[in-house]
Design a protein around this ligand. Sequence first.
Ligand SMILES: [Zn+2]
Length: 204
Amino acid sequence: MDSTEGNYVYVILGEEIILIDTGRPKNGEGILNDLKSLNINPKDVKHILITHNDFDHIGSLAFLEQATGAKIWASKEDIPVICGENHEGIKRIIKYIVKVKKPENINAYPEDLKIGDIKVIPTPGHTRGHVSLLYKDIMFIGDLFRTPKGKITSMMSFSNWNNQIIKESIAKIDEYDFEWICPAHGEPIKRDGHLKDFIKKISD
Ligand SMILES: [Zn+2]
């Protein structure tokens, strides 16, 4: 959505209206305005799907939960941090700098990994429980990697929980059929061949 440029929140207008991530704290009003400009009433949003537990993805979760009444979903690995447990490593410091309100209710992704017409694909690495979300021919990759100026680029390695596992996760989404890649950071890009070459590059 426009108000979250560079740190994107996406809205899916499928069988049900679904939000992917919620941006930073204080992004909530802007997101509601964007929905309004699409003629979407906040109460029409049925689900909010979280790709992972970083503050720039869950920052406005509590606000949007209140405003929409949507059902909130995240991976069982990432839920404890969303609910206030400490991050591991350097990210634990951010918690003291950026205050994030906790949601009232949060659900772990179901066993069948399906929410409406979206498939949830576990892609750990950036965080333990990071997921990517496949809708039709679009893969929403959260922070699996980023695409500044349309170029596939690794996330800063210090911000990743496990750099080796990220490579495995990228190889995993490479098995799926999709045409578009929508990252949180960078711009949506058209898939150009396989992601194998990129994985090789980050292996060097
Ligand atoms: Zn992020």
